[in-house]
Design a protein around this ligand. Structure first.
Ligand SMILES: Nc1ncnc2c1ncn2[C@@H]1O[C@H](COP(=O)(O)OP(=O)(O)OP(=O)(O)O)[C@@H](O)[C@H]1O
Length: 264
């Protein structure tokens, strides 16, 4: 068995005019693991995941999914290789039902082109039937099946986050990047989203989670990568990250240590 990490990021660098937003960032995500990516506002979290998932072009570095080089690969090809993501701003097709929203997510990476769709070939019909079945099962597992045929417009903000997470695993990716999955969500929904993430992880999906909610990250992740000013300042298990003086100082600033203490 190969010991190559599922995701390997090497020297990722992104500049905006005079500003180096991400500066030589390297980290890894092991298959089947949950890794947190934290840091103060403006530390480069969003920019780095946008580059890794193909939504922005980096200035330097290389990154690999299971050995496949991803740099300069467009997002839909990256999704087809097994890396999908959610976005900070929740995106849903408001007028489409939840089932239709999930089926769109499957189409975006199932490799069937327009010609196949026009001919409605047997493989396409089979893949549509499988997608419909999976969409139903996913809505069940995130607790949204009662809205399966309702338009996404009826969902609350937290429910939209759940739909986005379900959409991200629709095409059976190996790695999902979640961008602030619980930002602005009530505590009950935060716990529910945590359970949903654990459930998908138990099914073998690895996750890289960007989130400001430190307790959420510390509870859920096996490893946490910390950024400051575009650079990695720490990378390790939550217990070590909580007590790392560089993290306490740089991430939270003087006097901010309490925010990293475990909640009782
Ligand atoms: N399109 C852009 N043009 C110029 N500068 C940008 C652009 N996008 C981000 N930046 C800058 O790059 C740096 C990193 O921003 P980024 O959004 O990646 O940080 P972040 O850690 O995700 O922050 P937050 O937690 O607030 O979302 C910041 O200084 C930001 O102002």
């Amino acid at each position: 068995m190969s010991s190559t990490p599922l995701l390997q990021v090497r020297g990722l660098t992104k500049r905006y005019l005079g500003l180096t937003a991400v500066d030589g960032l390297s980290y890894e995500v092991e298959a089947g693991s949950i890794v947190g990516l934290i840091g103060p506002n403006g530390s480069g979290k969003s920019t780095s995941i946008d580059c890794v998932s193909g939504f922005q072009r980096a200035d330097a570095g290389d990154w690999f999914l299971d050995g496949h080089k991803l740099r300069d690969v467009p997002p839909h090809r990256i999704a087809a290789l097994g890396l999908t993501r959610t976005f900070q701003t929740v995106r849903a097709y408001e007028d489409l039902s939840l089932l239709e929203n999930l089926r769109v997510a499957a189409q975006e990476s199932d490799g069937h082109g327009w010609f196949s769709a026009l001919r409605r070939s047997a493989p396409l019909r089979e893949s549509e039937a499988r997608a419909a079945q999976r969409a139903g099962a996913l809505l069940e597992s995130v607790g949204l099946s009662r809205y399966a045929d309702a338009p996404a417009a009826v969902l609350s903000y937290g429910q939209r986050k759940l739909l986005a997470i379900a959409a991200s695993v629709m095409a059976r990716p190996r790695l999902v990047i979640l961008d602030e999955p619980v930002a602005g969500v009530n505590p009950t929904m935060v716990r529910h989203i945590e359970e949903v993430i654990r459930e998908f992880n138990a099914q073998g999906v690895a996750l890289l989670i960007v989130e400001h909610n430190v307790d959420f990250i510390m509870n859920l992740c096996q490893r946490v990568v910390v950024l400051e000013s575009g650079r990695k300042i720490a990378d390790g298990p939550p217990g070590l990250i909580r007590s790392d003086p560089r993290v306490l100082e740089a991430y939270l600033g003087p006097g901010g240590a309490r925010a990293l203490e475990a909640t009782p």
